[in-house]
Ligand binder design. Structure first.
Ligand SMILES: Cc1cc2nc3c(=O)[nH]c(=O)nc-3n(C[C@H](O)[C@H](O)[C@H](O)COP(=O)(O)OP(=O)(O)OC[C@H]3O[C@@H](n4cnc5c(N)ncnc54)[C@H](O)[C@@H]3O)c2cc1C
Length: 388
C-alpha cells in the first residue's frame, strides 16, 4: 500500500544535503553567465553525474542507485530550490524508464551501465513536431524498415539537449496512420546513437531561457534495426507509460522554483526598508508571498502523494497530472510575488529573479501544457465528455 511520509527519512535528508552541497559550488553567477551565453551547464551536470545523482532511478544491477521517483524528485527539487536549473539534465531520469521497462535485455546491458556511469548521456527526447504539437499521434516523421536498418525522414521541433547527448529516444511513425486501426498504433520508439548519425541536421533555437533546444531535420537518417525499443508500433503506449514519472519530476522542479522564489522574497522584503519599516510588513507585499508559499506547500503534498503511488506501483495518472499543474501554477505565482516585492530589482539580472521567472514559466507549457492537463482531469478523472 502506498504511504505518504510527511517528513524526510534520514537517507532522504542525506540525499538532499549531498545535492545541496554540490549546488553551493554553482551559485547564481554561474547560471547567469551561462544564461547570457545560452551555454550548457557542463561542469554542473558532470558533477551531478559523477556523484551518481542522475543515475538515482537506474536499478543497482545496472550501476544506478535503484531509488524511487520520490528521491528523483527530491534531487531535482533541491537543485531548483538552490537557484539552479535541473532542466539541463532531468530528461535522463524519465527517458531511461522507457528503456528499462520496454528495452531488451541486451539493450539494457549495453546502455544502462554506461548511462549510470556517465559514459553515455541520454538527455534527448524527440517527440514534438511542427505540424503535430500536442496532438502527438499526428506526428509525420517516418521510420521505414529496409533490411537490417530503418530509414528516418521528417522533422522535430523544440528537442532539447541533442548537442549535449550521446543518445536520443525518438518517436516516429513506422506504419502510416491510414493503415492502423487506431491512430495511437503504428508509432515506434528508437534509442538512437546520435554521435555519428548521418542525415541528421540539428539547428539550435534561441529560446526565452537557456534550454539547449533545437529543430531537427532527418534526411534518410539510417539507424540499425536493433535501435527499436520493444515492439514495432507500440511506441505511443511506451511513451505514455513514462509520462507519470515525467509529470512528477517536473512538478518537483516547479516546487523547488517556488521555494526559491518564496525564500528570496521573504529575505528581500525583510531587509528593504521604506517609509520607516521593512516592505514585508505591508500586507500588500506580505500576503502574495504567504499565498504563494501555501500554493507551493499544497502542490508539494500532491507531488508527494503522486510519487508515493508511483513508487508503490499503483495508478497515479490523476495525481501526477494534478501535481504538475498545481506545482507549475504555484511556481508562477511565487515568481510573480517575488518580482513584485523586488520592485525594479526583480528585473535586474544580478538578482537572478528574472532568470528564474523565465525558467519556471516553461512548465506551464512543457512537457505538456496546462490545458491538456485540465482536459485529462475533466475527461479521465471526472468522466466528462472528451474535448479533443
Ligand atoms: C524550451 C522547450 C523545450 C522543449 N523540449 C522538448 C523536448 O526535449 N522534446 C520534445 O519532444 N518536446 C519538447 N518541447 C515541446 C513541448 O513539449 C511542446 O511545446 C508542448 O508540448 C506544446 O506543444 P506546441 O508547442 O506544439 O503547442 P500546441 O500543441 O500547438 O498548443 C498551443 C496552445 O494550444 C492549446 N491547446 C492545444 N490543444 C488544445 C486542446 N485540445 N484544448 C485546449 N487547449 C489546447 C495549448 O494549451 C497551447 O497553449 C519543448 C518546448 C519548449 C518550449
Amino acid at each position: 500500500m502506498a504511504v505518504i511520509n510527511l517528513t524526510l527519512t534520514d537517507e532522504q535528508r542525506a540525499l538532499r544535503d549531498g545535492v545541496a552541497e554540490i549546488c553551493k559550488r554553482y551559485p547564481g553567477e554561474y547560471w547567469r553567465a551561462l544564461d547570457a551565453k545560452r551555454e550548457y551547464p557542463e561542469a554542473f551536470v558532470d558533477d551531478l553525474t559523477k556523484a551518481g545523482y542522475l543515475a538515482a532511478l537506474i536499478p543497482e544491477e545496472y550501476g544506478g542507485a535503484g531509488l524511487g521517483i520520490t528521491e528523483g524528485g527530491l534531487i531535482l527539487e533541491t537543485v531548483h530550490a538552490a537557484g539552479g536549473n535541473a532542466a539541463a539534465c532531468h530528461a535522463q531520469m524519465y527517458i531511461m524508464g522507457t528503456l528499462l521497462r520496454h528495452g531488451s535485455a541486451a539493450q539494457k546491458r549495453a546502455y544502462l551501465p554506461k548511462i549510470a556511469s556517465g559514459e553515455l548521456r541520454l538527455q534527448a527526447f524527440g517527440v514534438t513536431e511542427p505540424n503535430a504539437g500536442s496532438d502527438t499521434t499526428k506526428l509525420q516523421t517516418t521510420a521505414v524498415r529496409r533490411g537490417d536498418h530503418y530509414v528516418v525522414n521528417g522533422q522535430k521541433i523544440f528537442i532539447s539537449r541533442v548537442l549535449q547527448s550521446d543518445l536520443m529516444l525518438l518517436l516516429a511513425r513506422t506504419t502510416p496512420v491510414d493503415k492502423v486501426r487506431r491512430k495511437t498504433e503504428g508509432l515506434s520508439v528508437f534509442l538512437v546513437d546520435i554521435r555519428h548519425a548521418k542525415g541528421l541536421e540539428v539547428r539550435p533555437l534561441r529560446m526565452m531561457m537557456n534550454h539547449s533546444t533545437n529543430a531537427l531535420f532527418f534526411d534518410d537518417m539510417e539507424i540499425p534495426a536493433e535501435a527499436l525499443i520493444g515492439e514495432e508500433g507500440k511506441g505511443f503506449t511506451y511513451i505514455l507509460d513514462g509520462m507519470n514519472a515525467e509529470r512528477i519530476l517536473v512538478a518537483s522542479e516547479s516546487i523547488g522554483d517556488g521555494r526559491w522564489f518564496v525564500d528570496k522574497a521573504v529575505a528581500y522584503s525583510g531587509q528593504r526598508v521604506l517609509f520607516g519599516k521593512p516592505i514585508g510588513a505591508n500586507q500588500g507585499v506580505q500576503f502574495p508571498i504567504a499565498r504563494a508559499h501555501m500554493a507551493v506547500e499544497a502542490a508539494a503534498l500532491m507531488r508527494n502523494k503522486s510519487a508515493a503511488l508511483f513508487d508503490a506501483d499503483e495508478p497515479c495518472g490523476a495525481e501526477a497530472n494534478i501535481a504538475k499543474y498545481l506545482a507549475a501554477e504555484a511556481a508562477w505565482e511565487a515568481g510573480n510575488a517575488c518580482i513584485d516585492c523586488h520592485g525594479g530589482y526583480g528585473y535586474a539580472e544580478e538578482y537572478d529573479v528574472e532568470r528564474k521567472f523565465r525558467e519556471c514559466r516553461l512548465y506551464k507549457t512543457a512537457p505538456v501544457n496546462q490545458n491538456l492537463v485540465l482536459a485529462y482531469v475533466g475527461e479521465h478523472v471526472l468522466g466528462m465528455p472528451r474535448s479533443y
